[in-house]
Design a protein around this ligand. Structure first.
Ligand code: 48F
Length: 260
């Protein structure tokens, strides 16, 4: 066949715009395409919910690519092994309930399964704010990452969502922005504010991160390291079961809520 550059350009623009327009109104907007965000998106899409992930970087996967200190293997504990199996990620038993998996296979398979389940991923988009209506989160304010990096004076666009999950990891980005812009709003935490991440203690950190995965303000949820940092517990380091279980828990809780 002959190739026409303009047809190629038109195909990209039209198909992207179709996808983008179709995702302006969502059941769930997930901020951050790292481990917890991808698992949450995967599970929500499996349950038939309209969910999309907004990731500011070129690639999704967050902290999973690099394993521990760039040794590209991840460790997952027994409690989350069912998720590796369900996703089709090859794992190997290591010792008494610990499993290892290749970090690249884990990341690419998770992203692929999330997309195949039906979640849409928009990369290169920075979430810079939320929309709030009558004491409830109403959606996201988004801008191209490149615009943000260049410091250009360009106004953003918006996504309406019934629920927003902050899966931005250690940065706790959406929660921070929300608190800064909506004083005197407070979160469902001990102080009403961000409790802060503590030093490393894998066992407690993993369990608490899953326990703390919750709605901290009407319509605003925390999962993954954002739950760790918002409700305040120990970091867990290079073990990924808690992140995966946290994403799954957020999806299940929101799905239940959407049924009401
Ligand atoms: O860091 P990340 O994977 O978060 P997570 O799901 O998992 C944490 C683990 O990777 C690891 C760990 C435990 O094993 O300690 O660090 O909690 O993914 C966070 C994603 O959010 C994106 C960021 O680029 C990354 O891919 N992100 C952060 N801020 C924004 C954002 C933002 N404002 N807008 C869009 N994406």
């Amino acid at each position: 066949m002959g190739l026409d550059e303009i047809i190629i350009s038109r195909a990209i623009i039209e198909r992207f715009m179709e996808k983008f327009l179709d995702n302006l109104e969502l059941d769930v907007a997930i901020v951050g395409g790292g481990v917890s965000g991808l698992v949450a998106g995967w599970r929500l899409a499996q349950k038939g919910r309209k969910a999309a992930i907004f990731e500011r970087k070129l690639s999704v996967g967050g902290g999973m690519w690099g394993g521990g200190m760039m040794f590209n293997e991840i460790v997952v504990q027994e409690e989350a092994k069912h998720l590796l199996d369900e996703l089709g990620i090859t794992s190997r038993p290591y010792d008494r309930g610990y499993y290892t998996a290749d970090a690249i296979e884990s990341t690419t398979t998770l992203a692929s399964q999330a997309m195949k389940a039906g979640v849409k991923i928009f990369n290169l988009i920075h979430v810079e704010d939320v929309m709030v209506r009558e004491n409830r989160i109403d959606g996201l304010v988004i801008l191209w990452t490149a615009v943000n990096m260049a410091g250009l004076h360009v106004d953003p666009l918006t996504i309406r969502a019934k629920h927003v999950i902050d899966c931005t990891g250690h940065d706790v980005e959406v929660i921070k922005i929300f608190l800064r812009k909506n004083q005197p709003a407070s979160l469902k935490t001990e102080t009403g504010g961000i409790m802060g991440e503590r030093s490393m203690w894998a066992e407690v950190g993993e369990a608490k991160t899953v326990e703390y995965t919750s709605e901290v303000y009407p319509g605003l949820w925390v999962a993954g390291m954002t739950a760790t940092g918002t409700l305040g517990t120990f970091r867990m380091g290079p073990i990924f079961g808690g992140m995966m279980l946290s994403g799954e828990k957020a999806a299940n809780l929101i799905d239940e809520r959407l049924k009401k």
